[in-house]
Design a protein around this ligand. Structure first.
Ligand code: ADP
Ligand code: ADP
Length: 239
């Protein structure tokens, strides 16, 4: 089943920077796609156009057949909930507990604050706890998010994305600020949980070796253009 189809996607920023010059791609259910390319070639812009955090200049983004560029705000919210986001800088609410951050993914931001006041519903707490146990943070539930190491914070990020019960996870350089040991734990977690839960993933990376290790398919981007789309085996070292 085709989850996402991107047609001739272009993005020119307000200052005239052409970040995407006409990208076509598809994401099938269950794929783990790594988007590779050096810094500044448009990978982040591409992911942000997919959930409309960035408004594309032209082209189409079809999520399960629905063109996201023409939908109502309400429908767009629904589509965004089907796409979990994972960020390079983790984007946790630092003052809140680990548990509250995951509930934030499950319930939305205001509910997370209500939770900070002790008003969480039991089934939601149970689900968030289960997810945190799954990423190996069952002992850290009540710590403040900023007390954790970077690798642990990113695992909270993964649990928060999973809590949305998404169909697609968009991960923008999830390991760029982590040491090699933490990077491996984070990539293993992301890969394993996407596979177990049947979630497709589009993950931006700049490390070709890591891409080859996890990707079912690799997409290469260079200067706003897709320059490679194939299996890790098809990717030569010259890229
Ligand atoms: P990557 O993720 O591959 O590092 P980006 O998508 O972040 O690439 O950036 C692609 C190009 O667009 C770069 O030249 C970057 O400076 C530019 N860019 C990114 N965001 C903006 C913005 N908000 N306004 C203007 N230019 C931007
Ligand atoms: P990345 O690691 O994704 O390349 P950057 O450091 O390029 O991140 O960008 C950080 C933030 O600044 C992003 O929100 C990006 O959209 C924005 N940005 C990047 N380049 C520009 C630019 N030339 N003008 C305005 N905003 C930019």
């Amino acid at each position: 089943m085709t989850l996402l189809r991107v047609e001739d996607l272009k993005k020119v920023y307000a200052d005239g920077t052409a970040a995407l010059n006409g990208i076509d791609l598809t994401v099938e259910a269950g794929e783990f796609i790594v988007v590779i390319g050096p810094s500044g070639v448009g990978k982040s812009t591409l992911l942000r156009c997919l959930n409309r955090m960035v408004q594309p200049t032209s082209g189409k983004v079809l999520f399960q057949g629905t063109d996201t560029t023409g939908v109502s705000k309400r429908k767009l919210r629904e589509i965004r909930r089907s796409m979990g986001m994972i960020f390079q800088g983790f984007n946790l609410v630092e003052r809140l507990s680990v548990l509250a951050n995951v509930l934030h993914g499950r319930l939305g931001y205001m509910s997370a604050w209500r939770g900070a006041l002790g008003l969480f519903a039991k089934p939601d707490v149970a689900e968030a706890t289960r997810l945190l146990q799954r990423v190996g943070l069952g002992e850290q539930l009540h710590k403040r998010a900023d007390e954790l190491s970077g690798g642990q914070q990113q695992r909270v990020g993964i649990a928060r994305a999973l809590a949305q019960k998404p169909q697609l996870i968009l991960a923008d350089e999830p390991i760029a600020s982590l040491d090699p040991a933490s990077s491996e734990i984070v990539m293993n977690s992301l890969y394993t949980f996407c596979k177990e839960d049947g979630i497709a993933c589009l993950c931006n990376l700049h490390q070709v070796d890591v891409a080859k290790k996890y990707a079912t398919r690799i997409i290469g981007i260079y200067k706003g253009t897709k320059v490679f789309d194939g299996t890790p085996e098809q990717l030569t070292d010259e890229m």
